[in-house]
Ligand binder design. Structure first.
Ligand SMILES: NC(=O)c1ccc[n+]([C@@H]2O[C@H](COP(=O)([O-])OP(=O)(O)OC[C@H]3O[C@@H](n4cnc5c(N)ncnc54)[C@H](O)[C@@H]3O)[C@@H](O)[C@H]2O)c1
Length: 390
């Protein structure tokens, strides 16, 4: 077998340990070095994981780094991804791809010019639950999907994140931060979106940090924290999206899809596993066995709950695509369309006018059981214990 692609991480903040924990689950990729503007953060990672801590310049110059995983804050994604492409590296960016459509398009153009791949998180739609849902929809189990709902609602991120400023600055907010999980799942299931209309509100102008060394400090909220949108998909389906960080508790499902012959209730698109249910007229219901898919097998324990966490699956799929000359599933065209939907929601909410999208995309290839197993390093036995943490 070819040697694994070398992975260099830029950005050693909260999510970096998840990547460093989970990359070893996959075939074809190996973390070799990390960098951060704050060298102490990079050094801390290198004390915990078998990687070198280097400067960003050194990381980009290393011949053993093939792919840069961009884990910087959203405002730095564009610049860091362009620098990595200019250094001849492939890029896997955390979400969102960029903060403007112009910046997103410039990443697409730079990737084409450099003949390198760019992919972007999230990869949770490759998880077992959503892939089982995709298989059932593609097999016509609901007939034509005509409408649906998606709800991303919580009281916000300031309670747990030690540096939550970026969540409440332009480029943050529930749509750009959490929307990628839900919209990637919906576009994977239903195809591209063509029109969007939305309204927004910002009930709280200040947020108080609840954890870490800055606990008690206040942050000015500079982006809307409650947005409601109607998405019209190219296939005609209408989906209502509620995205808010002003909701203490609610009783909505994460995603519901209404088809001609049934309703599908999907689990949280921020996770790889969970239960997919199909409800029929007369109260009959069926639960799809998501656990049959390798990327739904629980591999972590969080409190009392077992969870499937395969963050990095999109990166492994990208490495597989690079090796075999295939199209990666978390490709830049898909990420650009998801960015376009999110920005259209924000623009429509600001102007009060509905937006027609200027991008479209193909649905990614489904990730079947066997293809998912091929991404993993070794058999998944369902009793993998706590192989990583979130
Ligand atoms: N925290 C999570 O649970 C989570 C989950 C999924 C995705 N994400 C995404 O991952 C990204 C990072 O999130 P985080 O929570 O780890 O943020 P964070 O603020 O904890 O860490 C970001 C790190 O990037 C570094 N950085 C910023 N600009 C840089 C630059 N130009 N060059 C080098 N380093 C730079 C910072 O010094 C910091 O250490 C964001 O895009 C976020 O949306 C986060």
């Amino acid at each position: 077998m070819n040697s694994p692609l070398g992975i260099g991480l830029i950005g050693c903040g909260s999510i970096s340990s998840t990547y460093l924990d989970l990359i070893p689950l996959f075939q074809g990729i190996r973390a070799v070095a990390v960098a951060d503007l704050d060298m102490e953060r990079a050094q801390k990672s290198a004390r915990t994981y078998p990687v070198d801590a280097v400067s960003v310049e050194e990381l980009l110059a290393r011949p053993d780094v093939d792919v840069i995983v961009n884990l910087t804050v959203p405002a730095a994604h564009h610049e860091v991804s362009l620098r990595a492409l200019a250094a001849g590296k492939h890029v896997y960016s955390e979400k969102p791809l960029a903060l403007t459509l112009e910046d997103g398009r410039s990443i697409v153009a730079a990737a084409r010019k450099a003949d390198r791949h760019v992919c972007a998180a999230p990869d949770t739609f490759l998880g077992g639950a959503h892939q089982q849902a995709r298989k059932a929809l593609d097999a016509g189990r609901l007939g034509q999907v005509t409408s649906g709902t998606a709800h991303i609602m919580s009281s916000g991120m300031e309670a747990w994140h030690p540096d939550p400023d970026f969540f409440f600055a332009p480029g943050g907010g529930p749509v750009l931060d959490m929307g990628p999980y839900y919209l990637s799942a919906l576009v994977d299931l239903l195809g591209p979106v063509r029109h969007v209309s939305a309204r927004a509100a910002t009930p709280k102008p200040l947020r108080t940090i609840g954890a870490g060394p800055r606990k008690g400090q206040q942050i000015n909220v500079r982006t809307p924290t409650t947005l409601h949108a109607i998405l019209e998909f190219a296939n005609g389906a209408l989906v209502t999206l509620g995205a808010s960080w002003d909701v203490v508790a609610h009783g909505h499902s994460h995603v519901e899809l209404y088809g001609e012959t049934g309703t599908m209730i999907l689990p949280d698109p921020n996770f790889f596993g969970g239960e997919v249910r199909i409800l029929r007229e007369g109260g009959r219901q069926e639960t799809l066995s998501a656990r049959l898919h390798p990327l739904a097998v629980p591999n972590q324990v969080h409190g009392e709950q077992e969870k499937a966490n395969y963050r990095g699956a999109g990166l492994a799929d990208m490495a597989h695509a690079i090796r075999h000359g295939k199209t990666p599933r978390c490709g830049v065209g898909f990420a650009l369309h998801v960015l376009d939907i999110m920005l259209a929601i924000l623009t429509s909410a600001e102007t009060g006018i509905s937006e027609t999208l200027t991008t479209s995309c193909e649905r990614p290839e489904p990730l079947g059981d066997r293809q998912a197993a091929d991404l993993l390093d070794g058999p998944q036995d369902g009793g993998a214990g706590n192989r990583g943490r979130d």
